[in-house]
Design a protein around this ligand. Structure first.
Ligand code: GTP
Length: 598
């Protein structure tokens, strides 16, 4: 009977369309959080999420709702991130739900990620309930937005809710619609336990905390459970739901979304996508797990202090539990020592991983410039996949270098089509098609090198279309390109971690920009440092950093001890993310200089 009163749904949307704000209103209306504890975007509890105003992690929460029919309902709501770099979170969240609220900003209409999220929801056979948000805005066009949802996506909007997540208007009606439209979970309570792990995190006291969706059977405190893929048995020490704080229960049944702990200390045995079953009466087969993610970009991560290598390894292991899209393996660099080559879904993801390693694990790291994976076909016919530019072999042994291309879809109002095309051509894009979605909106498709899309395409696209364009892309395959490896020499020594790949037409220009940027960011030392860029043995750009006395306080004659102390502090803090390479100290920004396109 309890099962009939459960509704499991995820909230999905294009970035900034208001998912987290809607979740706030639902939590408030259902009195899930005491009024004095309520704050905006309450489910975004990671400090990084609050500072940046974006959702990075999914969050599941149980809320209780008294329906107009006099029945008591239990909602499991899963808020998800909107940015493409975190789409793996969305796909895992959807596998735990039976329905999805598709939030669409009524002043913006359907955007590229609205569509991408709908496809993910349909892949998971979810019932989709459209929610037209921000109807309080003067520029809101709810009727037009509904028409777009019907025409562009093909979803019936007769049940659609019109709300303002900001003012709360329409949210009470939405709760009733959730009861009516989102199906109750099914699942046999007497069948052997099958629960999907859709997320996890490491807790130093309780071990791994698993987020689970029970598909079949039940689980009780003290039960012997088995993780089917890793084939490990444990005893359940805690069960419960997040509401939004952990609330322990004695049992969970098919249809529930909750958490489970079992003193699991072995991080590698408790991965998202695995199935929890009973050790005594195991299910025959595990549930369908998740397709592992293929990283889009790779970068090297090194501890600034070489002695911290093992701490970094431990941190990556723990972080990867909570960030299932993180991939890493050890690598060594002549310049930087022992570290890891880490795969990311995009630059925002890379940024977040760097910050989380530094904040949650108290590490000081340097991260090298991100790169895509290249396929190198050698003259002897062999082929290698390389995610580190310094590993590209000598040009004489290379037949061709292939780079990943994507199919990019850009949705844009008609007046900006010219700007989009100009930018796409400049980024080596190959025009495919252009379709009118309606009178004024156009869908433009290009084949484009992934490396160009990832680095600054999106920012340039936004600025050249006043923020009106939205972008989505999928990897299409590898294509041979005229690519060159450019090495950087500091003080005559090649610094492997600064090597990069460029299209031959842009090589000299980029070499000049990069050496210029390095000159700006590498602090002067008490000897002159030549900076050179080379293709093979041919130098294509050069500059010098002049010698300089390094003590910044030497120049200060005020004798103000406070000021002097502050400057020394600043100098020390600036050093934190420096890495000594030979006699030269290289700051973190130097590695990112390579991203500068001029
Ligand atoms: P991500 O999780 O980062 O993808 O964003 P989100 O979809 O969760 O959006 P969020 O809830 O953070 O809202 C984005 C912005 O829109 C915030 O500045 C909100 O205050 C604003 N916003 C959300 N709902 C409404 C609404 O109904 N009306 C108005 N006027 N603003 C809204």
């Amino acid at each position: 009977d309890r099962q009939k009163h459960i509704r499991n749904f995820s909230i999905v949307a294009h970035i900034d369309h208001g998912k987290s704000t809607l979740a706030d209103r639902i939590l408030e209306l259902t009195h899930t959080v005491a009024e004095r504890k309520m704050k905006a975007q309450i489910l975004d509890d990671m400090p990084l999420e609050r500072e940046r105003g974006i959702t990075i992690k999914m969050n599941s929460v149980e809320v209780h709702y008294d329906g107009k029919d006099g029945q008591h309902y239990i909602f499991h709501l899963i808020d998800t991130p909107g940015h493409v770099d975190f789409s793996y979170e969305v796909s895992r969240a959807l596998a735990a739900a039976d329905g999805a609220l598709l939030v669409v900003d009524a002043s913006q209409g359907v955007q590229a990620q609205t569509l991408a999220n709908v496809y993910l929801a349909l892949d998971n056979n979810l019932e989709i309930l459209p929610v037209i948000n921000k109807v309080d805005l003067p520029s809101a066009d709810p009727a037009g937005t509904k028409a777009e949802i019907e025409d562009d996506i093909g979803i019936d909007t007769s049940d659609a809710a019109e709300v303002s997540a900001k003012t709360g208007l329409g949210v009470a009606d939405l709760l009733e619609k959730i009861v009516r439209v989102i199906p109750a979970p099914t699942g046999d309570l007497t069948a052997p336990l099958q629960a999907l792990i859709f997320d996890s995190k490491y807790d130093p006291y309780r071990g791994v905390v698993l987020s689970i969706r029970l598909k079949e059977g039940q689980v009780h405190l003290g039960d012997r459970i088995r993780l089917m893929n890793s084939n490990m048995d444990y005893e359940v020490t805690e069960l419960g739901v997040f509401s939004p704080d952990a609330r322990p229960f004695d049992e969970l049944i098919a249809g529930d979304v909750g958490y489970l702990t079992a003193s699991i200390k072995d991080i590698h045995s408790a991965r998202s996508g695995d199935t929890v079953t009973s050790a005594e009466h195991p299910a025959e087969k595990p549930l369908r797990g998740y397709r592992p993610m293929t990283p889009m970009v790779y970068a090297g991560i090194y501890p600034t202090d070489n002695a911290k290598y093992n701490d970094l390894k431990d941190a990556l292991d723990k972080l990867s539990l909570n960030d299932a899209s993180l991939a890493y393996e050890p690598e060594t660099s002549t310049a930087l020592g022992f570290g890891f080559r880490v795969g990311f879904l995009g630059l925002l993801h890379m940024d977040v991983v760097q910050e989380r390693l530094e904040r949650e694990f108290d590490l000081e790291i340097v991260i090298t410039a991100p790169t895509v994976t290249y396929h190198v076909v050698k003259t002897d016919g062999s082929q290698e996949s390389i995610a580190n530019p310094s590993e590209i072999p000598d040009a004489s042994s290379i037949k061709e270098i292939q780079e990943p291309f994507v199919d990019a879809t850009i949705m844009v109002p008609e007046e900006y089509v010219g700007a989009v095309m100009e930018l796409s051509q400049a980024k080596r894009g190959i025009f495919q098609t252009m379709d009118y979605l309606d009178k004024s909106r156009v869908n433009v498709k290009y084949k484009m090198p992934l490396s160009e899309i990832i680095f600054d395409f999106f920012d340039k696209l936004k600025s050249s279309t006043k923020g009106y364009a939205s972008l989505d892309y999928t990897v299409a395959g590898y294509v041979a390109s005229e690519l060159k490896k450019i090495d950087i020499l500091l003080n005559g020594d090649k610094v492997d971690a600064l090597s990069f790949i460029s299209h031959k037409d842009f090589a000299e220009n980029r070499a000049r920009v990069v050496t210029g940027k390095l000159k700006e960011v590498i602090p002067r030392q008490n000897f002159e440092i030549p900076i050179q860029a080379a293709i093979g043995s041919k130098i294509i750009a050069r500059t010098n950093i002049k010698a300089y006395r390094k003590d910044v306080t030497a120049k200060i004659h005020t004798g103000d001890p406070d000021r002097r102390a502050k400057l020394l502090d600043k100098q020390r803090a600036g050093k934190a993310r420096m890495k000594s390479v030979g006699r030269v100290e290289i700051p973190q920004e130097a590695f990112m200089a390579i991203l500068k396109n001029g």
